[in-house]
Write a protein that binds this ligand. Structure first.
Ligand SMILES: Cc1cc2nc3c(=O)[nH]c(=O)nc-3n(C[C@H](O)[C@H](O)[C@H](O)COP(=O)(O)O)c2cc1C
Length: 169
């Protein structure tokens, strides 16, 4: 993956921590919260890594939504992303939300898919204890699933393996 930018939301928690680890492991690539991303950033990078958490998706279309993802998607529409390659990672908690593990990643995945980008970096479900996930397709999640609440000790190894995979895709 040449010319890659990592963009994530929210800040100050597990997503940002994971974003920084991934950026560092990839050789200090640029990493920004999505509310700081400019149209110029989106245009000049060929590859995107997008990171999100899962805290309920019902507010996605609400006008009172303070979440910057919908606005970010509007920026993607302006830029046009059907020539971009996108890899996703999502944070969740498989013990407290076993039927909705990393569902947030499915929302972002759908939004990116609709806009025609090439999506890479699916990740095997083996090793997780969840029951259901909207982000699961067959034996894979649509991106890297990280669980800093229940399996923090596995994250670094997962990240390293996933980076190997997406950089050779
Ligand atoms: C109110 C709330 C709802 C959550 N719902 C889910 C959920 O449906 N599925 C899931 O996998 N994790 C869920 N989580 C867990 C978070 O996604 C997880 O703790 C994540 O690491 C938080 O990232 P952050 O620290 O960057 O906000 C929820 C957490 C909170 C606080």
């Amino acid at each position: 993956m040449e010319k890659t930018i990592l963009m994530y939301w929210p800040t100050a928690g597990n997503v940002e921590k994971s974003a920084k680890t991934i950026a560092k492991q990839m050789g200090n690539i640029e990493a920004k919260p999505i509310n700081e991303v400019s149209l110029d950033d989106l245009q000049s990078y060929k590859n995107y890594i997008l990171g999100c958490s899962t805290v309920g998706t019902s507010t996605w279309d609400s006008s009172e939504n303070q979440d910057p993802w919908p606005n970010f998607m509007k920026m993607l529409d302006k830029v046009g992303i059907n020539n971009k390659t996108v890899a996703l990672f999502g944070l969740g908690d498989q013990i407290r939300w076993p039927q909705h593990f990393v569902d947030g990643m499915a929302v972002i995945h759908e939004q990116i898919k609709q806009r025609g980008a090439k999506i890479i970096g699916r990740w095997p479900v083996k090793g997780y204890d969840h029951e259901e996930s909207e982000a699961q397709e067959g034996g894979f999640f649509v991106g890297l699933a990280l669980d800093e609440d229940q399996q923090a000790e596995l994250s670094l190894e997962r990240i390293k393996l996933w980076i190997k995979q997406i950089t050779s895709d």
